[in-house]
Design a protein around this ligand. Sequence first.
Ligand code: PLP
Length: 390
Amino acid sequence: MSFQNPVFIPGPTNIPEALRKACDMPTIDHRSPLFGQILHPAREGVRKVLKSENAEVFIFPSTGTGGWETALSNCLSAGDQILAARNGMFSHRWIDMCQRHGLEVQIVETPWGDGLPADRYAEILAADTQHQIKAVLATHNETATGVKSDIAAVRRALDAAGHPALLFVDGVSSIASMDFRMDEWGVDVAVTGSQKGFMLTAGLAIVGFSAKAMEATQAATLPRTFFDVHDMAKGYAANAYPYTPAVGLLNGLNEACKLLLDEGLDNVFARHTRIAEGVREAVGAWGLELCATSPEVYSDTVSAIRTPEGFNATDIVTHAADKYGVAFGVGLGEVAGKVFRIGHLGSLTDVMALSGIATAEMCMVDLGLDIKLGSGVAAAQEHYRSTART
Ligand SMILES: *Cc1c(COP(=O)(O)O)cnc(C)c1O
């Protein structure tokens, strides 16, 4: 196994040298103005990345999953109705979490490979004239299937119905890599983690709360302690946490936001799109198909690639690790064995992407798939050379 090869899993992502160094720091007093000089700029940087003017940003020592729990437990009460679509493993797990918290989830079963059905949301919300539904869940980018969904369309569905439900968005594999507009889309809680677009190790749950979400916390009665946003806000006001913060990671997050904002968010998104397009060109040249069913839903951070019937896609992932020391993602849940995933988010260049495409190609040829060595690489090379900035 080599530590030099980039990883091509859709998180954790490759860590830029500058961020590794930023995380590696001496112990400081985590209840001090010095800590505040790390914490407050990191929260401010996240707010900018979320494209929000006034969101309250909370950062927990946790992961994206803890961000889900922060949204639910602070804003809802047992028995509350939730509307959610299930179109992959991550949307499934968030629904499961809702059920374990005693929430009543109306599940819109959606084919794995499709985006979330905003038109169905619109019908259901319009029919809910009593406003029983308290929150709508939306997974912006289904990492299991490589499918992005249209969050603006979900907001339109809510607005068209004049429905007051909160909009919770899982942006764990989109935020800081794909266009995300918390304010413009009227997102009430945005959820992400440190190990995907922010290019750090796992260890932070990062959430943004709208004013409306903060308001909802007043009446919400689900139990919460570790993830209580009011305890956290009280801590922040004193340059502290209610417990011990992950200081090094927060320092890394502060630097990550600087890197992203210095590159410019639009440039970050364009880079992800261009790299993803190269991967998709390669997939086409291999004669394979994406799990994502149409170009409007193609994810710019991860591609789930279907392998031919009768072939176990997981073999590619195992073989790549064993023979070449390269990590790809396996298929999860319903698409286990049917797809393998190339993660292309975070700190990645077209040159790095080419190495991943080349490795996937070697594996598929090794395993007897009818693919011509170099075909996908050549297709991606054409895309990258013709779209490179001169
Ligand atoms: C990775 C991921 C999660 C889970 O995040 P953890 O940090 O592993 O808890 C949730 N949702 C999506 C869309 C993800 O990609």
